[in-house]
Ligand binder design. Structure first.
Ligand code: SF4
Length: 281
């Protein structure tokens, strides 16, 4: 097993990825003194990359924090947890491998024709929260990258009718664990290149829909790829849009800012003119 922790110091792509994570940590206050962070490691390119980046950050950070790699084995036959464990062990990570009966539960509970992913992901997330709690971790780091944020934004608009993506930092439903997504500024293409260059031992989840899951997300990827030909900066612009929200220019009446303010009302009925208060055009 190749030891990666020290080799990566001067790799230019790794430096670029590290810069992205550093920016996210600063922008969203993702890591604080004394944090103990559970890092979800599935054996995919994103989670390995996240783990290596957080470890590099931990070694250089002026504050003290800990990281613990956590793997959830959903019980799909053929899932090569030994490969993941060997990587974690060889690179000196503190880790915890959690074995579950998720596959059996899914086989039992899933309605015919319904999606594997929704029930599988829900069970996995529950196990991750539980593992974080048992391991004394106040935070859980997930490997969602900038493409995930953009695609989720599109999926929610196209199929759900909701203007929603993901948060870089949010308190989980259990009220205890803070979920953080330090790869929010890191592009999937860079992770793919890094993963190949570094020879990360990527393993497949071996679920029944492995590799063919999430057709709709694949359609979003394809759409973005097409649009990128004419609008090369489209992904940057969409990511920026999520952090540049103007509630007054939306239609959600549950947002106070979406309703007319007293200034707007004054403008409408002409009182602002009488008070000499028109804003600049
Ligand atoms: S792709 Fe497979 S492992 Fe991943 S959430 Fe869907 S069913 Fe679960």
């Amino acid at each position: 097993m190749k030891l990666l922790r020290d080799e990566l110091r001067d790799d230019p792509l790794f430096r670029k990825l590290r810069h992205g994570v550093g920016r996210a940590v600063a922008d969203f206050g993702l890591i604080e003194e004394g944090d103990r962070i559970a890092v979800a490691v599935s054996g995919g390119k994103d989670s390995y990359t996240l783990l290596l980046l957080l470890e590099k950050l931990r070694r250089r950070a002026p504050i003290a924090f800990e990281i613990v790699a956590v793997n959830i084995d959903s019980g799909y036959p053929g899932y090569q947890i030994s490969v993941i464990e060997e990587f974690l062990r060889a690179n000196g990570f503190t880790y915890n491998m959690v074995s579950t009966e998720h596959y059996a539960i899914i086989r039992d509970k899933r309605r015919p024709g319904s999606s594997y992913c929704s029930i599988c992901a829900r069970l996995k997330r529950g196990s991750l929260y539980e593992a974080a709690r048992v391991l004394g971790c106040n935070k859980l780091a997930l490997g969602h990258h900038s493409d995930d944020f953009i695609e989720t934004l599109l999926l929610n608009q196209f199929f759900v009718g909701s203007l929603k993506s993901m948060s870089a930092r949010m308190l989980a439903d259990n009220g205890e664990t803070t979920v953080i997504r330090p790869l929010v500024y890191v592009a999937e293409a860079d992770i793919i290149t890094f993963s190949q260059q570094a020879g990360l031992p990527v393993v497949c989840c071996r679920c029944p829909v492995c590799g063919s899951a999430d057709q709709q997300r694949r359609r979003m990827k394809q759409l973005l790829k097409e649009l990128e030909k004419d609008i090369p900066h489209i992904k940057n612009s969409m990511l920026k849009a999520i952090s540049n929200v103007h509630p007054r220019h939306l239609l959600d009446r549950s947002l106070p800012a979406a309703l007319p303010t007293s200034a707007d009302t004054a403008l409408l009925d002409g009182t602002a003119r009488k008070q000499g208060g028109y804003p600049a055009p």
